[in-house]
Design a protein around this ligand. Structure first.
Ligand code: UFG
Length: 329
């Protein structure tokens, strides 16, 4: 059995819009539910848009009653670590209370399958690399804590009330749809690849390079960049697993390979054919030295392997998208 009709909360955003496209490609029906606070109405191209907030029980209920989804994928979250430290109430309200509300209404309406966007930020500073799912969860930011709390809520509801869920712990979501039909459009943008591309084309001055004195092979932080379209595919596999009776899966989604900031900048220079001007800045608060996933469990449980997550494909797809949206020659 497959998840045929899926309510995609946050489907107008970066990862959610890629999931909507992937669902449509697979012959499923994505119904986007989004308050458009950070998402974009023009990223909703593969199914209807229901404008609403996950914290509004009656809006969620109306959408579920109208469309009767088999499952819910949940991408509607606040995602900035720095902002989360300054605005904890906003983060707990959206990322914790929002999930609570969404899941409560789902259960009341008889929808019991939930695919949740989690993050490697729930682990905090890793004890050892690559990161396995069973490592201690010691988030160092409000953002990471909000996602961990949401996972804990899902575990309790699963145990007590039979909710079936997967928590997909993304490493660094990056890149854009290979047809450049959707991509990353955060405002303000904090992520490395769009910022490096912006700097390469002279948008907003040189990039700030946060710390060149880390104990890594070249002094810069190491991350596991995973293509957003590979993430989208994993969501469909996860939803189908729940349809087949899986009760609970908590999985890392990454490639298993770390890339340093300098290596990413090099890939950006290759893709764009331009230099990335940058200035060395102090380390950014909360940045871990290195983070990369052990991907054994996601491969085993979902039968998922990343297909387009080599760094050059990630960067060239992001470049093609930004070129189009920023109108670069
Ligand atoms: N970086 C820069 N300059 C920039 C942007 C980033 O040097 O302008 C560096 C960062 O210091 C870091 C690396 O590039 O070393 C990657 O930074 P990103 O902001 O792109 O990604 P993060 O690893 O900080 O964030 C990701 C997810 C978050 C999640 C976090 C958990 O995007 O949602 O991992 O660690 F919370």
């Amino acid at each position: 059995m497959k998840a045929q009709r899926v309510l995609v909360a946050g489907g107008a955003g970066y990862i959610g819009s890629h999931a909507a496209k992937a669902l449509h490609r697979e012959g499923r029906e994505p119904i986007v539910f989004d308050n458009l606070s950070t998402g974009h109405a023009d990223s909703v191209k593969w199914g209807p848009l229901v404008e609403g907030d996950i914290r509004d029980a009656e809006a969620v209920r109306a959408a579920i009653r109208e469309y009767k989804p088999d499952a819910v994928m949940h991408f509607a979250a606040k995602i900035e670590v720095g902002e989360s430290e300054a605005k904890p109430l906003m983060y707990y309200d959206n990322n914790v209370a929002g999930v609570l509300n969404l899941v409560r209404v789902m259960m009341e309406e008889g929808v019991d399958k939930f695919v949740f966007s989690s993050t490697c930020a729930i682990y905090g500073d890793p004890e050892k690399l690559p990161l396995t799912e069973d490592q201690p969860k010691r988030p160092v930011s409000v953002y990471g804590r909000s996602k961990l709390m949401a996972e804990q809520i899902l575990e309790s509801v699963s145990k007590a009330n039979g909710l079936k869920f997967t928590a997909l712990r993304y490493f660094n979501a990056a890149g854009a749809d290979l047809d450049a039909e959707t991509g990353e459009r955060h405002d303000p943008e904090t992520h490395l690849i769009p910022n490096a591309i912006g700097a390469a084309i002279g948008r907003g001055g040189p990039m700030k390079f946060f710390g060149d004195d880390y104990p890594t092979r070249d002094g810069s932080c190491e991350r596991d960049y995973i293509h957003v379209s590979d993430l989208a595919d994993a969501h469909i596999l996860a939803a189908d697993k729940l349809m087949q009776g899986e009760q609970k899966l908590q999985l890392n989604l990454g490639t298993g390979q770390g890339r340093t900031v300098l290596e990413v900048l090099k890939a950006v220079e290759t893709a764009t054919g331009r230099k990335v001007p940058y200035e060395i800045a102090p380390r950014r608060a909360g940045d871990a030295i290195a983070l990369y996933a052990d991907t054994t469990l996601s491969r085993e449980k979902l039968g998922w392997t990343p297909k387009v997550s080599d760094i050059d494909t990630i960067v060239s797809s992001a470049w093609a998208f930004h070129r189009k949206t920023w109108g670069v020659e």
